[in-house]
Design a protein around this ligand. Structure first.
Ligand code: PLP
Length: 395
């Protein structure tokens, strides 16, 4: 019996989740495993978040809500864009979904026609390509390796564009590389996009606040006002406020595009849980000290891992400017001891050295592995020791 249609069978389950599950299983068997595969902050959200959720339950805010999100949350998001990005959006230019992931899912569901192409600078977050394919689109990966600072240049964008191109996806700070686009980087892309009026831009700015060095954040929306009518800014509370499980993401963009996304939401999940929305309002409107403190913690950890990795030969590492990952080149290890690719290197690292990572292939860039640095100092030091042990043992 065949249960899956062709769309579903062409899609893989999230590879980082699969690796995290394998690591969990080894741990349950009593193995000493350091699991750095999943990308979520390892601390609790500020206390006022849970307090707001409890108050919402007590106040009975447990009914169906508006598909686009509660007015209170959309107002808090509007204020966030004003305060942090100097961008003005009307409430009907803002929508809320179950995480940035669902915003991206709904945006492509609402806009892609079969065969439409979506340009994705690679390496990129594991889900982009599959979400595009699931909605009948074709992901067009543009390799932006360490030589390009892991960023898309104007010339590479121009080369990737065809008459079928519908969207350009951007993600800064980037998962997995930590690259951060500057206003100048965006201006160069804006000049190309000006010549291609059919293309929409999805700028995933979910790591906006996780800046690790003195590199400023630039929002695509604020930097490229000429493209406002075709830009969707995607963000959420998962990374900035350590609220991954609350599942609240949001987007701002042209009214008609945002209405299409809300319509998809209304016919799929109806609305985001009202309690989670109340928690997100508290996160966005409450004391923001947590956000800067978290960035300082990640910055210190990035320093720690950079120092540890610098002492190891045989791997490449470019220190990230943002997000909370270390993207490590293992090209020189491929071919040793029968390790055929980065997936084999990651499996070897897990099985022989007890360190769980995600292979670069999952991010459309083979030859690398990604470690999350959302972990304790001890785990990060342990990770460096285990990588060093692997490199030495492979000779
Ligand atoms: N975008 C990027 C680049 C991510 O790394 C992630 C999560 O890992 C998401 C979006 C999804 O975020 P959310 O928890 O809001 O769905």
């Amino acid at each position: 019996m065949k249960y899956e249609n062709s769309r579903s069978s062409g899609i893989k389950a999230s590879p980082s989740m699969a690796i995290a599950m394998a690591a969990k299983k080894l741990k349950a068997e009593g193995r000493d495993i350091i699991d750095l595969s999943l990308g979520e902050p390892d601390f609790e959200p500020p206390a006022h978040v849970a307090e707001a959720a409890q108050a919402a339950v007590r106040a009975g805010r447990i009914r169906y809500g508006a598909a686009a999100g509660s007015e209170a949350l959309r107002q808090a998001i509007r204020d966030k864009f004003r305060r942090e990005n100097r961008l003005d959006f009307a409430l009907d230019e803002i929508t809320v979904a179950n995480g940035a992931k669902q915003i991206i899912f709904d945006a492509f569901l609402a806009t892609l026609e079969p065969g439409d192409e979506v340009v994705i600078p690679a390496p990129c977050w594991v889900s982009y390509g599959d979400i595009v394919s699931l909605h009948g689109g074709t992901p067009v990966y543009v390799a932006c390796g360490p030589d390009a600072g892991f960023k898309l240049s104007a010339s590479r964008l121009e080369e990737a564009i065809t008459p079928r191109t519908r969207w350009l996806m951007l993600n800064s700070p980037s998962n997995p590389t930590g690259a951060v686009y500057s206003a100048e980087d965006y201006a160069a892309l804006e000049a190309v996009l000006a010549r291609h009026p059919r293309i929409l831009v999805l700028s995933d700015e979910i790591y906006e606040h996780i800046l690790l060095r003195d590199v400023p954040f630039a929002s695509f929306g604020a930097t490229c006002p000429s493209l406002r009518h075709r830009t969707l800014l995607v963000n959420g509370v998962s990374k900035a406020y350590a609220m991954t499980g609350w599942r609240v993401g949001y987007a701002a963009g042209p009214k008609e595009l945002v209405a299409g996304i809300s319509k998809m939401q209304s016919q799929s999940v109806t609305s985001v849980c009202g309690v989670a929305q109340a928690a997100a309002v508290a996160a966005l409107t409450g004391d923001q000290a947590f956000v800067a403190e978290a960035a300082r913690t990640f910055s210190r950890r990035a320093e720690l891992i950079a120092t540890g990795l610098a002492a190891i030969g045989g791997i490449e590492f470019v220190r990230p400017d943002g997000a909370f990952y270390a993207f490590i080149g293992v090209r020189d290890l491929v071919g040793k001891a029968g390790l055929s690719d980065d997936t084999a290197v990651a499996a070897h690292l897990l099985n022989e050295c007890g360190l769980s990572s995600v292979p670069g292939t999952a991010f459309a860039m083979p030859g690398f592995i990604r470690l999350s640095i959302a972990a304790s100092d001890r785990e990060l030091q342990g990770a460096c020791e285990r990588i060093a042990r692997m490199v030495t043992s492979l000779g």
